[in-house]
Design a protein around this ligand. Structure first.
Ligand SMILES: O=C(O)c1ccc[n+]([C@@H]2O[C@H](COP(=O)([O-])O)[C@@H](O)[C@H]2O)c1
Ligand SMILES: Cc1cc2nc[nH]c2cc1C
Length: 336
């Protein structure tokens, strides 16, 4: 059960999160210097392995139990025609996830990961944020707690993702409110709106900003402009931190949810890496603001944890090399 019952309680949890295990990290850095390869020849795989080792508190770990969680929710703002698809697609895709027919089902299997799907009150969309806050405090805390409780205690790597028609509008509004800039800087085509749709979406984001920008910290902004699946992703990312489970972020919406934590408590995302760079236009700008370099760039703009799921294989491979390779001494290979 979640260790908080209101937003202040969640803020207190964020303020007391564990930090990286410096000894395990140093041990991994030292081991990396001895592995049978020229220095830095495994590029970013080396950084990823050392980061993972530090968070696990083990200088030579491997990955056995990756978990992927997809949270789904509906958005009041979808009634303003901000998506290329109708809101009922959220629930229809949840059924598709449950029947194994979506992209994420195939990608989770390919990555050897356990997939959990949580639908969050689909018959109760959030409020349209151009009219008032998207969620009450009770609603946002319930969604944060749903995310918190969804993380498996035995997971050793977590990917969070989402499904929610209209949620790129929420994510754009959150990014603008937290990071700064205009609605147009952050608003993209999502599922594929045309030029008129994009102009309408920019207007909706701008109206949301006018009402909610500067009204509070990251989690208060999440309450005002976010949605249940965004809050649940934030809750799961925080829970993973409390359990020292490293996290791979997915695309534009997932990163906006994560940003709500970072803009509440700097360093809240130190246990997270960016799985990929989405084709949603402002994702790169958001990752830059969070100082995160994406692992993959495959032109994905699907969501549902797909890019994060693909990155699991890269992180696993990094740890297989780091923990499985022989040292120069063990293999009798001469140094430089
Ligand atoms: O992850 C991304 O970067 C991403 C980019 C564009 C769209 N999506 C997905 O598309 C849906 C939101 O798009 P929209 O147009 O309804 O706002 C939602 O279900 C997301 O998972 C996801
Ligand atoms: C079909 C469809 C599948 C999705 N998966 C994640 N977001 C989505 C949006 C749509 C429209």
């Amino acid at each position: 059960m979640a260790e908080f019952s209101d937003l202040d309680g969640f803020r207190a949890v964020l303020a007391e999160m564990p930090t990286i295990d410096a000894a395990a990290h140093a041990g991994a850095v030292e081991r990396n210097t001895q592995l049978t390869k020229p220095p830095a020849a495994l590029g970013r795989l080396e950084d990823v392995a050392q980061w993972y080792a530090g968070w696990r508190g083990d200088a030579r770990p491997k990955i056995h139990a990756p978990q992927i969680i997809v949270f789904a929710a509906n958005h009041g703002v979808a009634a303003q025609g901000v998506s290329a698809f109708p809101p009922e697609v959220t629930e229809q895709m949840v059924l598709n996830f449950q029947h194994g027919g979506a992209a994420i089902n195939q990608l989770a299997r390919a990555a050897g990961a356990h997939l959990d799907v949580h639908a969050l009150e689909l018959d109760r969309p959030t409020m349209d944020f151009t009219q008032g806050p998207a969620m009450s405090e009770v609603d946002v805390v319930a969604a944060l707690a749903a995310g918190w409780d969804a993380v498996r205690l035995d997971a050793d790597l977590l990917v969070v993702g989402e499904m929610g028609i209209g949620n790129t509008t929420s994510a754009a509004a959150l990014a603008a409110a937290l990071i700064g800039g205009d609605a147009a800087d952050w608003t993209g085509r999502g599922t594929g709106v045309d030029n008129a749709g994009l102009a309408n979406k920019i207007r909706v984001v701008a109206e949301g900003l006018a009402l909610h920008q500067g009204q509070g910290d990251g989690v208060e902004t999440l309450r005002r402009l976010g949605g249940r699946e965004l809050a649940a992703m934030a809750g799961a990312i925080a829970r993973a931190r409390s359990l020292r489970i490293p996290v791979i972020l997915d695309g534009f919406i997932c990163t906006a949810a994560a940003a709500c934590l970072e803009y509440t408590m700097k360093t809240a995302l130190d246990h997270c890496i960016a799985g990929h760079l989405s084709a949603e236009v402002a994702h790169g700008r958001m990752l830059q603001a969070l100082d995160k370099e994406p692992l993959l760039e495959l032109g994905l703009r699907l969501g549902e944890a797909s890019g994060g799921a693909l990155a699991i294989s890269i992180v696993k491979a990094a740890l297989e090399c780091h923990s499985g390779m022989a040292t120069f001494a063990e293999a009798g290979v001469s140094g430089a």
